[in-house]
Design a protein around this ligand. Sequence first.
Ligand SMILES: Nc1ncnc2c1ncn2[C@@H]1O[C@H](COP(=O)(O)OP(=O)(O)OP(=O)(O)O)[C@@H](O)[C@H]1O
Ligand SMILES: [Mg+2]
Length: 366
Amino acid sequence: MRTEIAQRPPDAEAPERASTLPALVLDSLEMGAVALDRERKVVYANRRIEELLGVEPGALLSLPGNRVFPGADARWLKGAARESRDFHIETGERDLTLRGESVPMRDEDGEFAGSVVIAEAISETEDGEFQKKIDRLVSLGELSAYVAHEIRNPLTGIRTTVQFVASKLKPRDPRREDLDDVIQELDRIEQIITGLLMFARPPQARSQACDLHQVVERTLDLLDLQLRDSKVNVHRELADELPLVIADPDLLQQVLLNLCLNAIQAMPEGGDLTLTTGVRRYRTRRSLVDVSIADTGVGIPKELMEKIFDPFFTTRSMGTGLGLPISVQIVRDAGGVITARNNPGGGATMRVSLPVPAEPPGKPEE
Ligand SMILES: Nc1ncnc2c1ncn2[C@@H]1O[C@H](COP(=O)(O)OP(=O)(O)OP(=O)(O)O)[C@@H](O)[C@H]1O
Ligand SMILES: [Mg+2]
């Protein structure tokens, strides 16, 4: 269900709110809190719930409770059901699952005065699970890196020998073709091993203040030929001003390259690739800089949404399935996240979000 509540433009500053102690306490909570009156209309919403839903401060006030928590019945909203429920909400930017619990509010005489709904985004809680999975995969990756390393040396030897034997054959010898096939397959193994090593032992990030617009442009330069060959039109929807982020620009370029390549590969007949940048400003937590890569390709089947970030998961015959996990790791090391979603009109959007440093860093060195 889609929230039909006014969305806040991504870079709009929130107006001042009440700063009484109870309001400050409620606004500091990591959980969303919404108070409803006897008629189940919103009389208070804390900052966290507004942030989760991406709405303007005050936008929830006086809305019926079941507009904020779609499908909630009166009994639950009044706090009589005493059980937690999940609500799937499409905000302007992402699908969100809120897990809420409702408790009745009573006045001094013990009379029912309304209710309070406490809600948190379970997709974000589950992020912890995702981290555990990544940790497990990292140790698995370490083992794989060892094996990959051990394979690489003999592989180089085999390739050199095959090349040597091929060079001894006459130019028209049909066995040359067979040996070329062998070399091609060896190159593919080498490519997988390179990816595996990158995943298991990513290069040490050389973090610095970096301008994401520069990284975007460099990535698009690298892809120039490929974009033209594959009939993909590039659109830039870049923010006028983007705060610098602290990260390794070369590694970020690798991330954008992986995401753009995936987007291009998802559009075998050509299409539109749109790179969008923006800032999401929050008062209670770090602001975020976003770079989104949207395509008009085949999209990601719902049942594969979770799997695409798994190492070696690929639907492409020549894919290694390491592009996304490597990218997730690089972005995570810089304190950010990558999220995936399908576009309503077809195709997918991958969004890289990185935190804006508390202190504005100096300009990057050219
Ligand atoms: N923009 C997209 N649209 C549709 N599917 C996508 C998109 N990006 C990723 N995927 C899916 O996620 C899978 C995993 O992507 P990932 O980049 O990790 O590996 P790959 O592209 O298959 O191989 P590699 O990047 O190692 O060459 C892809 O095979 C594809 O099924
Ligand atoms: Mg890829």
